[in-house]
Design a protein around this ligand. Sequence first.
Ligand code: GAL
Length: 822
Amino acid sequence: MLQKRYIFPALILFFSFLYSCENSSSEARQVERKISFNEDWQFFLGDSSKMASSEAQWRTLNVPHDWSIEGDFSPEHPAGVGGGALPGGLGWYKKSFTLAAKDSTKLTAVTFDGVYQDSEIWINGSYLGNRPNGYIGFQYDLTPYLNYGDEQNEILVKVNNADQPNSRWYSGSGIYRNVWLEQTDKLHVPQWGTFVTTPKVSRDSALVQVEVRLANKYSGVKNGILETSLYYKDQEVASVTAEFEIQAQDTSEVTQQITVSQPQLWSTEDPQLYSAVTRIKVEGEVIDQYTTQFGIRDFKFDLEKGFILNGEQVKIKGVNNHHDLGPLGAAVNKRAIERQLEIMKEMGVNGIRTAHNPPAPELLELTDKMGFIVMAESFDMWERAKTENAYSNFWDEWHERDMKDMLLRDRNHPSIFIWSIGNEVPEQWSERGAEIGRELARITKEVDPTRPVTAGMNPPVHTNEDDVTLQFDEPQQPNALAGSGALDLIGYNYAHQTYPKHQVNFPNTPFIATETTSALATRGYYEFPSDTTKIWPVRWDLPFDGGNADNTVSAFDQVRTPWGSTHETTWKIIKKHDFLSGFYIWTGFDYLGEPTPYGWPSRSSYFGIVDLAGFPKDSYYMYKSEWTNEPVLHLLPHWNWEEGQTVDVWAYYNNADEVELFLNGESMGTKKKQGDDLHVMWRFPFKKGILKAVSRKDGQVVLEREVKTAGEPAMLKMQPDRQTIKADGQDLSFITVNITDEDGTIAPRANNVIHFEVTGNAEIAGVASGDPTSHESFKGSSHSALSGKVLVIIRAGKEAGPVEVTATANSLQIATTTINLE
Ligand code: GAL
């Protein structure tokens, strides 16, 4: 029986007291109850009959691990719709460990942040359970099965990603997120056992409410004190205590309220964080401690003014991203996620939609810290499947649990502002869709009443007059999900023509564009004329037989899908109306799978504003010129064309009135953006040499940029993103390798194969160029360049010291760089 005991604020006030800022006890905060359980796993790929054989080859490795990314590209491997092209399969992991005799009085649990997919787990031969959903974290209590002292324990994990296709994008396979061993007293705060909210927020003061769940696994009643202290930058700012009593084998909930004066508010520009440290004290001794990071902020979605954060209107300038980390595959690495977010932040992005599943916990730790407006999403499908072997097979049994667990795990993150209950679910057109929508919204509100619910719908309203994006042969049914009452925000996928009419179509529900754009580009590849728009494929439901023989797509913002729109068209609409709270562009980064508009031999997407290696395509600078105050002057294309050929030159710029372009010193004219223009363009016959742009404000030069005709490829140049990294076995240095001519100008068509060698305590974690058609391994020690660039990722070992990385290629001057491990 569950006994709930709420202790109300009045009672708490009696115990509560404020500390002064000096009274810090951050030392006590360092007590960690969970430790990494990532190292020294044994891995075997194959079915159980092979595994049992004495010849079975088990490989020792550390998780997070993704075996798909190690495989060969082949059209036989449909890891995503028409792409991904990497193998799934059946995999096994096992790990032996011992526990100290003194640990036998504690509870011991294992937490998996995510296993793709359909895992089954045993401890010392006893079955712990099955978790089909590959994106959900889960925990098993190991206590009843453990050995202590010298005797070994063995945990065995079966991962079933054999039935393909089961995803519309590259999923990865294996224990691809972190694993933790957690030890607590029998009286403790269980997993996801706190809920911190801020019911009242002003610049002067904030009311912080902490709901704490307590579990007593002892065979007797337990009494004690529950103390919650709030910290800001390691300084304790407030504390509150309450008495509790819990029956044997029971749980209890305690609600505490604390006032924080002069709170430091969380915002995208200045994401201030607090932590709530909850301690259980019995007879004066702290027997359990649980830390919850949170933020203090106030927000709403307004029918007229869009998104309001701490009283100020903020346009959501977001991107969708899938979870893969390019050449690293799905295997989680915090630095790799951080680098992606840094690249987005630098472009001016302030929002992330976790398309279309719960993300790694590390992503949310970083979005909290770096200031992004996150839309956290649960499902890409409900009852009705989008691929064979899809999650829909597990829907009936698992959807409620999966939805709840996502909410429980993530509801304390200040960066989450929107819950999405689904993406383009086929049920959206039917009454069943409305019913499921209401069920998921109810679950969401029960676990977290503080955030709005939405769903990505395509489109929420569909009229013949707007029928320019989807081109259905049949007239569409009204969208039942949009009209179900389940949604606090109407979530639009595409259909940008309907946005200006949102207030007419949905007068009572605010707007969010959950997914937009789906424009296409290959980095560094350009077609002329640049001012015509190509729709590739021609229709969403017809095969594509157009395009270029080498599966390239022009990087002028001129190619889009039929359901999508160019970057500029989309942003112009979102920018124009206050009631359009913002949008999430499809996508920030290219991802593995879905190589629209092509199929094999392409294997990864063209949608990214940034390519799979992390190199920006040109539209990146359009957004940067609009979304940041940093001065931008970006010229495209490169300057290696046929003499006399008619070429277009675009410039993205900001903070200036005009741009003048010079070709070999001769002015090609001064241009100004007119009306809502987002770039300027010149057209003239190509002449090799130096193209130079000068932006000016009030007659004063703001920036100058040059693009030169490159000679033959001659040299390699290496640029690490960080020259010093941690010797922790995980940290990464991302090294860009440029192929240049003798004068150091990037050779924009160079595609030489570059070989890498590493000496010292580090290894190559991945190589990539951003070419969606390359079938070279991401895990090799060589890779060919795309448009003069390749990336090599170096992973630190655990011993400090210098690491030398050398790049070589036939006939090119070699390059070397030193990375310091500290
Ligand atoms: C959307 C879908 C995304 C992705 C995108 C490609 O309809 O929600 O997952 O497939 O299209 O344009």
